[in-house]
Design a protein around this ligand. Structure first.
Ligand code: UT7
Length: 336
């Protein structure tokens, strides 16, 4: 027998420290006009690492809220899935740190490495485990801490101005028999473009001792690199494709979507997709203006805010869609 899964609780946590475009202009050669026009971003949050605001800490805070809103006890969690590209440690991943910080029994903890698509990939994994009956309540977290590792020079300004820190979490639970919940999930990748949006080292191809030994000021492999225009062009195509794939699988039309929650990559990308698909403003949720691009955290943060604003109601048809480094892209269609 296959069970249905549904999202029963959502939560998010963002650092208090608001960094506006004007604040960034004091650090690097940029300005509010450029950032607003190209990305729609007005401000983002930067974590206070010295005060313990790490990727796992933010994830745990978001998780506590999601668990509370799901109306379950933390010890009802059977499994943890943590999506991030900015873990506390190279290893182990932050899933086990959340298990420790929540102080829950020794459940399995899985770390997902799919960047901007990480949350939707994680949701697909959670859905399968619930469907088979293996688990009843899965905690899924997307959390990112970008600010500590950005190239805050003119060289890196095309990348550094778009990213922000924060975390979102959901509880995915077994639905009762008459509930629909998650209808389908869809995942794709195209590894030939792996290096178009990547942080290459430190890694096994760029070990730290090697970087130190080479002492090459041109070797900045420890900063994220993005071929912005190239990524943008692929994003608008793949976002649309994967949303249509989710709709066609379920015999639904664009007009049936109550809320599309796209990964908050760039407001211009969301607006492009909205226009291309003929969607109304009230069908698309955007909050990148306040948080920047928070990679794996952006969809659960958006989902949590949408829920708080009363924009996710029982029975609503909700579409999640993401595209990013890998390239990877993914979507999910669900009944709230
Ligand atoms: O989340 C996962 C996936 N990521 C994305 O989907 C991001 C996709 N890409 C983008 O959103 C856009 O490519 C960016 C917003 C990142 C960049 O916008 P763009 O229109 O592609 O700008 P560009 O990199 O082509 O740069 C245009 C100009 C350049 O100057 P010149 O050569 O025309 O004189 C840059 O040097 O803008 C300059 N520039 C800046 N100026 C002020 C680049 N970054 C900045 C900046 N402030 N921060």
């Amino acid at each position: 027998m296959l069970y249905q899964s549904k999202i029963t609780g959502v939560g998010h946590y963002v650092p208090d420290n608001v960094v506006t475009n004007d604040d960034l202009s004091k650090l690097i050669d940029t300005n509010d006009e450029w950032i607003t026009e190209r990305t729609g971003i007005k401000e983002r949050r930067f974590a206070n690492i010295a005060k313990g605001e790490t990727t796992s800490y933010m994830g745990t805070k978001a998780a506590e809220l999601a668990i509370e809103r799901a109306g379950i006890d933390k010890n009802d969690i059977d499994f943890i899935i943590f999506a991030t590209l900015s873990p506390d440690f190279y290893f182990p991943g932050p899933g086990v740190l959340v298990q420790k910080q929540l102080g829950i029994k020794e459940v399995g903890a899985l770390d997902v490495r799919n960047q901007c698509s990480g949350f939707v990939y994680g949701l697909s994994v959670a859905d399968q485990f619930i469907k088979t009956g293996m688990y009843k309540n899965i905690l899924l977290i997307g959390s990112e801490l970008h600010s500590g590792g950005l190239d805050m020079t003119t060289r890196g300004r095309g990348v550094s101005v778009i990213f922000g820190d924060g975390a979102g979490a959901v509880v995915v639970s077994r639905a009762s028999e008459n509930e629909k919940g998650i209808l389908s999930t869809h995942m794709h990748s195209e590894g030939q473009y792996a290096e178009e949006l990547a942080l290459i080292g430190p890694s096994t191809s760029h070990w730290v001792p090697q970087i130190i030994q080479e002492n090459d000021p041109e070797n900045i492999s420890y900063y994220p690199y993005m071929n912005g225009n190239f990524v943008f062009k692929h994003a608008v195509v793949r976002f649309s494709e994967v949303i249509i794939e989710a709709l066609q699988t379920n015999n639904k039309a664009v007009q049936d979507i109550d809320l599309l929650i796209p990964h908050q990559a760039n407001l211009r990308i969301s607006q492009f997709i909205q226009k291309k698909m003929g969607m109304r403003d009230d069908q698309v949720f955007n909050n990148i203006m306040k948080y920047g691009n928070t990679t794996a955290a952006s969809i659960p943060i958006a989902m949590s805010e949408a829920w708080e604003q009363g924009r996710l109601n029982s029975g609503d048809l909700v579409c999640l869609a993401a595209f990013g480094s890998g390239f990877t892209w993914a979507s999910a269609l669900l009944h709230w």
